[in-house]
Design a protein around this ligand. Structure first.
Ligand SMILES: Cc1cc2nc3c(=O)[nH]c(=O)nc-3n(C[C@H](O)[C@H](O)[C@H](O)COP(=O)(O)OP(=O)(O)OC[C@H]3O[C@@H](n4cnc5c(N)ncnc54)[C@H](O)[C@@H]3O)c2cc1C
Length: 391
C-alpha cells in the first residue's frame, strides 16, 4: 500500500493489514481536516482530525449495519476476529486506500528515497517505509516447509476449515502464547472425543496474561513506558505479552478436558507419511514422541525484513545501529534512529516505545507517531502520552 501526501511525499506501507489500514485512514482524516498541506499544526487542530476519524470508528461501523443498539444492549462485548475483520475491510474501502497488490522482494536506499522491488518486476519509490505484519513463523529444526501433518501458527488457519471429523487423534501444539492458545481451542472444537492434545511449553507451565488496569494502560497510553527501567519493561512483556494465554482463552480452556501440558522444548521434528516425531528436551532429558499432527506456534521472526535489504540499505542500517541492538534504537516515530530515509518498524518498537505498537492495541497513536514525520509540524505541541516518551 502506498499512501501519497499532498506535498508529494510517499509513505509505503508493506502489508494492507490493520496497521496499514489505520495509517491510511488517519492520512485521509488529516487531509479531510485540511491538514494534507505541507504545513500542519497539531494540537488545536487535532480535534478536527479526531472528528474526521469518527467517520472510521467502530461505533459508526455498527450504526451503518444497524447493529449498534444490539452491541450496547449486550454490554459492549469485544468484537470477535470475524467482526473486527469486517470492520477493517469497511475502513479500508472508506479510506480509499491505494493498494498495490504484490509481494515486496527487495528494499534498498537510493539517495533520500527507498526503492521497493516487487516480485512482478515493478518498483515503488518512497520517502519512508513502514513494515507491518508479524513476519514468518519461527521453525523447529527439521520442520518441513509444507507437510500435511506439520502446521504452524499461520497456515493452521488455512488448513482448519478443511478439518473433518477424522482430524488427528494425537496432536502436539508446540508453544505457550496466544497463537498456541487459539490453536488448542480450535482443535478442541474440531477433534473427536477420545483425541489427545499435548501442549508443549518450554516455560514448564502455561501462564495467564496479566490484565490489571496498571498493565493494560501501557498498551494504549505508553507515554510513561520509556521511563521504566529496561529490566522492568522486559519483565512486563514476559508477564503480559510473550508466552502467556489471555483470560478469554483461559476461560475456555479451564472448562476443557482433552489437553495436557508437557514441560519441555521441541528441538527437532521428523515428519513421515503417517506420523511426526518430536524430540523434546527438558533439563538433561531427551524424549522422542510420535504424533498424528504437530502445530508449531513458537512465535514469528520480527527481523524477517533484513533478508529484503540491498547492499546500501544494509550499510546504512549498520551505520545507524553502530553496534547497538535494533530494538534499542527505535525512535518516537517508530523508525530506526539515525537511518535515512526513515524505516518504521512497529513490530520491533515494543521495548523502546510501548508494548502496544507491535500488536493492535493503539492503532491511532501508531498512525499519529508515524505520520508526524511526513507532515510539517508548526508547533511542537505534544499529547500527554508523548511528553513522557520524549524525556
Ligand atoms: C490467531 C491470532 C490472533 C490474534 N489476535 C490478536 C488480538 O486479538 N489483538 C491483537 O492486538 N493482536 C492479535 N494478534 C496479532 C495480530 O495479528 C497482529 O498484531 C496483527 O495482525 C498485525 O497487524 P499488521 O497490520 O501489522 O499485519 P498483518 O495483519 O499481519 O498484515 C501484514 C500483511 O503483510 C503481508 N506481507 C508480508 N510480507 C510481505 C511482503 N514482502 N510484501 C507484501 N506484503 C507482505 C502479509 O501477507 C499480510 O497480509 C493475533 C494474531 C494471531 C495469529
Amino acid at each position: 500500500m502506498a499512501e501519497r501526501f499532498a506535498a508529494a511525499r510517499t509513505l509505503a506501507v508493506v502489508g494492507a493489514g490493520p496497521k496499514g489500514i489505520a495509517i491510511a485512514a488517519k492520512a485521509r482524516a488529516l487531509a479531510a481536516a485540511g491538514l494534507g498541506a505541507p504545513r500542519v499544526v497539531l494540537g488545536a487542530t487535532s480535534a478536527t482530525v479526531t472528528a474526521a476519524m469518527a467517520d472510521y470508528s467502530w461505533q459508526r461501523h455498527l450504526i451503518s449495519r444497524g447493529a449498534y443498539a444490539d452491541w450496547v444492549d449486550r454490554g459492549r462485548l469485544r468484537p470477535t476476529h470475524r467482526q473486527w475483520s469486517s470492520y477493517l475491510r469497511e475502513v479500508a474501502e472508506r479510506a480509499d486506500a491505494e493498494i498495490v497488490a504484490g509481494e515486496v522482494v527487495g528494499l534498498d536506499a537510493e539517495d533520500s528515497q527507498w526503492r521497493l522491488a516487487l516480485k512482478s518486476g515493478e518498483t515503488i519509490q518512497a520517502d519512508g517505509v513502514v513494515l507491518t505484519g508479524a513476519g514468518p513463523p519461527i521453525t523447529v529444526a527439521g520442520q518441513p516447509r509444507q507437510h500435511p501433518r506439520v502446521l504452524d501458527g499461520r497456515n493452521y488457519w488455512l488448513a482448519e476449515p478443511a478439518f473433518g471429523k477424522q482430524v488427528a487423534q494425537s496432536v502436539c501444539v508446540i508453544g505457550s502464547g496466544e497463537t498456541a492458545a487459539s490453536v488448542v481451542i480450535s482443535l478442541l472444537r474440531k477433534s473427536p472425543k477420545r483425541s489427545s492434545i499435548d501442549v508443549l511449553t518450554s516455560r514448564g507451565v502455561l501462564y495467564s496474561r496479566g490484565e490489571s488496569y496498571d498493565e493494560n494502560r501501557f498498551y494504549s497510553e505508553p507515554g510513561d513506558w520509556p521511563a521504566l527501567a529496561e529490566s522492568h519493561r522486559r519483565e512486563f512483556l514476559e508477564r503480559t505479552d510473550r508466552g502467556v494465554f489471555s483470560p478469554q482463552a483461559e476461560a475456555i480452556l479451564n472448562q476443557s478436558r482433552g489437553f495436557r501440558t508437557l514441560a519441555g522444548r521441541a528441538v527437532a521434528i521428523e515428519a513421515g507419511d503417517s506420523q511426526v516425531v518430536v524430540t523434546v528436551e527438558y533439563g538433561s532429558e531427551r524424549e522422542r514422541v510420535a504424533y498424528d499432527l504437530v502445530v508449531v506456534a513458537i512465535g514469528f521472526d520480527a527481523r524477517w525484513f533484513e533478508r529484503l535489504l540491498g547492499d546500501e540499505a544494509r550499510r546504512r542500517l549498520e551505520t545507524a545501529l553502530a553496534g547497538a541492538g535494533l530494538e534499542h534504537r527505535i525512535e518516537l516515530d517508530l523508525s530506526v534512529a539515525g537511518l535515512s530515509p526513515p524505516l518504521h518498524l512497529p513490530l520491533l518498537a515494543g521495548l523502546a516505545q510501548g508494548p502496544g505498537f507491535p500488536n493492535l492495541s493503539c492503532l491511532g497513536l501508531l498512525s499519529d507517531r508515524i505520520l508526524r514525520r511526513y507532515v510539517t509540524i508548526a508547533e511542537p505541541t505534544r499529547t500527554a502520552s508523548e511528553r513522557g516518551a520524549l524525556v
